[in-house]
Design a binder for this molecule. Structure first.
Ligand code: GNR
Ligand code: NI
Length: 172
């Protein structure tokens, strides 16, 4: 098990479209273990593989948060198969955009189809925080960030701030 470094805005990797996982081999299993370790340590309620530099359609999540009973869920090639008309506002953050939070409106409930690590197709209905998080994570797999749901004014302000930080660090 290892903690993986997080990919931070404005790294162009965050804009790439992740590729479907073809084989559920030991490498995928090891990556998922490292993603859980990295997500819980952060701490975060979700993580997409691209956030640790792997452009494959893999998500880890645990929407139980502070509760003592953990509920880790790994989703491979996840898809939203339906969304409720009812919307819900949630204050979102992202491990790739540290210390920035803003309210995003998304469907309140979604149906999600995915492969488990055992290779079984599973379908789940998600609501509340879990619905928000899985939509946020599938956006990552499509090169999309939660700031893309905000006004251009807000998005440009955040991008500028992170471009400036990257410049000062002489990186990215
Ligand atoms: O840890 C996270 N919290 C969170 C809160 C509200 C909506 C979405 C999220 S996901 C985020 C971790 C992350 O960046 N996942 O991609
Ligand atoms: Ni995120």
């Amino acid at each position: 098990m290892s903690l993986l470094p997080l990919v931070i805005l404005p790294d162009p990797l965050l804009r790439e479209i992740s590729k479907p996982v073809a084989d559920l081999d030991g490498r995928v299993k090891a990556l998922i273990e490292d993603m859980f370790e990295t997500m819980y340590e952060a701490p975060g309620v979700g993580l997409a593989a691209v956030q640790v530099g792997v452009t494959q359609r893999i998500v880890t999540m645990d929407a139980t948060r502070g509760d003592d009973d953990k509920e880790p869920l790994a989703l491979i090639n996840p898809e939203i198969i339906w969304s409720s008309d009812q919307l819900s506002d949630y204050e979102e953050g992202c491990l790739s955009i540290p210390d920035y939070h803003e309210v995003v409106t998304r469907p309140a409930k979604v149906g999600v189809r995915f492969l488990t690590l055992a290779g079984k197709i599973e379908e789940r209905e998600m609501e509340g925080l879990a619905a928000t998080v899985i939509q946020h994570e599938i956006d990552h797999l499509n090169g999309k960030l939660f700031i893309d749901h905000l006004s251009k004014l807000k998005r440009d302000r955040v991008l500028k701030k992170f471009q400036k930080i990257a410049r000062h660090q002489g990186g990215a």
